[in-house]
Ligand binder design. Structure first.
Ligand SMILES: Nc1ncnc2c1ncn2[C@@H]1O[C@H](COP(=O)(O)OP(=O)(O)OP(=O)(O)O)[C@@H](O)[C@H]1O
Length: 472
């Protein structure tokens, strides 16, 4: 019999979710302790300020491990830490950890303890909210919240990794709201240059006397409807201040004008960034964050809700022309999709399905161990005989300067080089068009922009980036 105080359980004939009260407690080398509640989302432990448990221990990696409550118990997963995660001297990749059993990270110890009682959360009876699909407990808990708040006028903040479906959810919130027949306007702060974002959002008046330019911004365009502010973490500080004023006063003033115009707009914002740590670093205004985070919803990454994969695959296949079924793909497809880690989330899944429909023979190339995504495959080391076949001299020659680096440094250097070459080649293939290249890469435009910045790559001069902002 499973210990209910340590699992996520669906009760009430699937209409509710029982969430036990659990605390993750870390004891640092100097005996100080850190505590964080373990809820529906995972807790990250590491040295980085982005972690939920920020552990100042030199032997702990920036993001060392992840603790997550599942239907089977509390799962601790090492996130490729340098010094490993151990339970009783056994190094683990991931393990279900019973209550009170210590997990060693560096010179610190983590335990998860029940603190009595449980919360009961409603679960949606549906496996879709608008056009967003999901039948996992995590998504049905999210849908249940959205069903309640979509009809209100509240501002909503959607958090989650790139490709998890924040935009689909924002659009669905609009469709399920009383504003459905009004406009739905999308502003992508990551794609609009920072020097024009304010005039794009609030409008502008230049040469008011001659009436040379007098243009409404996205807020006015969304009057009686919904504005979706995507990648809000990219909004410059000054624009953040003006946005806060708009949210509170419900009026906008076009740049260069003194006239206040009343607006009736529902705001949904989203970001893949950790706004809390951006606030701590002074990169995001605390007052704006507090105003937005009243209804803060976390969209879980696909790897935490693999149960949704078959449903999503059926949706992507059935919307093709002609419609297809999962049975039209090689039989090992679904098991392989379930084993993959999905760093690009649902967007990557959709792109992989498109490629598999065209080239089913590439299944193993796309999702196999070389793809680096399947945890099961990654954990399995090559048979000793095979490893021994490598000619050591040849290997040394190929490695060259990399051999002078530590393994983590060498790994990072190789990956950076791969990223650079891959992004350059993809951009070339799509004539420098960021939107199309990002789509083909299975990443967002913003991610591709950041990648290009990081490697100092320039998209081909003159090639338009069509999707800087859009009105939908
Ligand atoms: N729950 C879902 N059901 C159906 N399709 C989904 C779902 N989630 C994501 N998708 C599909 O995956 C793709 C990426 O989703 P979306 O653009 O909403 O992600 P995002 O979180 O907004 O990404 P980014 O942060 O990069 O903007 C879209 O094609 C979308 O239709």
């Amino acid at each position: 019999m499973q210990d209910l105080s340590f699992t996520l359980t669906s009760i009430d004939e699937g209409r509710s979710l029982r969430l036990p009260n659990l605390r993750a407690i870390v004891t640092l080398p100097d005996r100080q302790t850190l505590t964080a509640p373990l809820g529906l989302g995972p807790l990250l432990l590491g040295k980085s300020p982005e972690c939920d448990l920020v552990v100042h221990d030199p032997k702990v990696s920036r993001v060392h491990c992840e603790v997550r409550l599942t239907e089977k118990g509390v799962l601790v997963r090492d996130t490729d830490s340098r010094n490993g995660t151990f339970i009783r001297d056994v190094r683990i990749v991931e393990a279900f950890v019973p209550p009170g059993v210590p997990v060693t990270v560096g010179d610190s110890t983590l335990v998860v303890q029940p603190s009595g009682g449980a919360a009961v959360l409603p679960l949606s009876a549906r496996s879709a909210f608008g056009s967003a699909l999901g039948e996992s407990l995590a998504m049905r808990a999210l849908f249940a919240k959205l069903e309640r708040i979509a009809k209100t006028e509240e501002t909503i903040l959607l958090l989650g990794e790139s490709g998890t479906g924040k935009e689909v959810l924002a659009r669905s919130i609009h469709q399920e709201s009383r504003r459905a027949s009004g406009p739905y306007v999308i502003v992508d702060c990551g794609a609009v240059p920072s020097n024009t974002i304010e005039s794009e959002l609030f409008g502008m008046v230049v040469g008011a006397a001659t009436g040379a330019v007098n243009r409404a911004g996205f807020f006015e365009a969304a009057h009686h409807g919904t504005i979706f502010i995507d990648e809000i973490g990219e909004l410059p500080l000054e624009a953040q201040q003006k946005l806060l004023r708009v949210i509170e006063a419900r009026t906008v003033r076009r740049l260069g004008s003194t006239q206040e115009r009343a607006i009736d707009v529902r705001i949904v914002a989203a970001t893949h960034r950790n706004l809390r740590s951006m606030v701590a670093e002074g990169k995001f205004r605390q007052d704006l964050y507090f105003r937005l985070s009243v209804l803060e919803l976390q969209v879980p990454p696909l790897r935490e809700r693999r149960e949704d994969i078959p449903l999503l695959v059926e949706r992507f296949l059935s919307s093709r022309n002609p419609p297809l079924r999962a049975s039209d793909l090689p039989p090992e497809t679904i098991p392989m999709l379930l084993g993959y880690d999905w760093p690009g989330n649902v967007r990557e899944l959709r792109n992989v399905i498109t490629r598999l429909v065209l080239f089913p023979e590439l299944l193993h190339e796309i999702l196999g161990p070389e793809a680096g995504g399947a945890p099961a495959a990654r954990a399995a080391s090559p048979p000793v005989d095979e490893a021994a076949k490598v000619n050591p001299e040849e290997a040394e020659e190929k490695l060259g300067k990399l051999l002078e680096l530590s393994l983590p440094e060498a790994r990072e250097a190789v990956l950076a080089e791969l990223e650079r070459k891959y992004a350059t080649a993809k951009l070339r293939r799509y004539d420098g068009n960021i939107s199309r290249a990002a789509e083909a890469m299975g990443v967002s435009r913003q991610l591709l922009h950041r990648l290009l910045d990081r490697h100092g790559i320039r998209a081909k001069d003159g090639a338009p980036d069509h999707a800087a902002s859009k009105r939908g």
